[in-house]
Design a protein around this ligand. Sequence first.
Ligand SMILES: Cc1cc2nc3c(=O)[nH]c(=O)nc-3n(C[C@H](O)[C@H](O)[C@H](O)COP(=O)(O)OP(=O)(O)OC[C@H]3O[C@@H](n4cnc5c(N)ncnc54)[C@H](O)[C@@H]3O)c2cc1C
Length: 408
Amino acid sequence: MGVYDLGIIGGGPAGYTAALRAKKCGLSVVLFEENKLGGVCLNRGCIPTKTILHSAELFSDLSRAADLGVVVENAKVDFPAIMAHKDAVVEKLRKNLELSVKNAKIDVVNAHANLKDRNHIEADGETYDCAKIIVATGSSPRELPNIKFDHRFILSSDDVLSLTELPKSILIIGSGAIGLEWARIFSALGTEVEIVEVGKNLLPIADIEVSKRVERLFKAKKIKFYTETSVDKIAAGEVTLSNGEILCPEKVLMSVGRVPATREKIEGVEYLGDVSGGIQLAHCAIKQALRSIEGISFDETLVPSVIYGTPEIAWVGAREQDLEPGTFEKSILLISALGKSHCDNCTDGFIKILSKDGLIIGAHIVSKEASSLIHQVLIAIQNKIPAEKLKEVCFAHPTYSEGIFECL
Ligand SMILES: Cc1cc2nc3c(=O)[nH]c(=O)nc-3n(C[C@H](O)[C@H](O)[C@H](O)COP(=O)(O)OP(=O)(O)OC[C@H]3O[C@@H](n4cnc5c(N)ncnc54)[C@H](O)[C@@H]3O)c2cc1C
């Protein structure tokens, strides 16, 4: 029987971060992973999607490059090559991670692990005795009660990464981060995209003005969407919507959220990352692991959200629709007011900052580089830096960061 200070089930961002940090702190660690190290984030989530998105948007940019004086003739999509490139990126990053784990001398067991009790894990017929156990087993794509994945026509976010041919048309059910990123990917590659969203607006988790801007952007890209609409049934290649319309896409991607790997919790065992039932983002999983092992404080109300693509969408903190009117101040700057946006031919979007009593309480950005910009505001919110103080910072010109200053 192996005896360890720490046993970790799941080698995704939460699990591998906890393992690496615990080892640095001098603990003996055993890490169980039944699939591939890196978890969903590296193998089926953040990294592969952003890699494909980059290829897709590069193609889309080329079609408009002539306006900027760059003439590229006969640009075309080689979908298998895009997917092969994605696989190569994932593999490279996974090899780096495997090497880090190996160099740290973490014992990795490549098997399905069963949690027996708060101190025992069983895998491959062996029992491991662990002073402490972390479960970081992640989540899996959610199905709807009336619609199940068949993995051929009705695809999950895992299935779509294994497509060998670019579909001519796709219906995306759900307009959260995963649905919207895939809508952007397929649209940029020339696939006809339709979205069905049960909420009032696209991206219902975002600030209402962000949702409305996304709708405008998607209309401009000829992405058709149905809001306040659900899917009644899918049969024989036909999708019947709650409004009575029947759609016949080549593929359906169902992205309606993810289900934690387990809901049963054993007292004394720590549950980190997606399985914890809270925010399902890789950076949240990583921070939870750092808090668990090193005691680094982490405010889970200040986790930034990002939707990738052009323009990027990022937000943190309070949304306008959740605030009592008259209790806050709001300032908005259109990105087109920034010289840099014209240099980059990327003028669509805005920076919106919500504040109360001189302190920023929320920021919502639709802009190129929004994924980086959001952290400037986040640092101010987290450290309670008054808006007036932030204005004293000298922001370089021409940049999108100037927009933060202008907005303030
Ligand atoms: C398409 C997509 C795009 C995404 N994009 C982003 C993004 O841009 N940014 C972001 O922050 N987040 C993104 N996410 C979410 C992110 O991937 C997850 O929040 C993150 O991976 C959660 O990490 P985790 O460690 O909790 O679990 P996971 O990454 O799910 O890892 C869990 C691991 O546990 C293993 N495991 C499960 N059960 C057992 C068992 N019994 N024994 C052994 N091993 C087991 C699994 O094989 C898996 O490797 C995306 C997700 C998807 C699906």
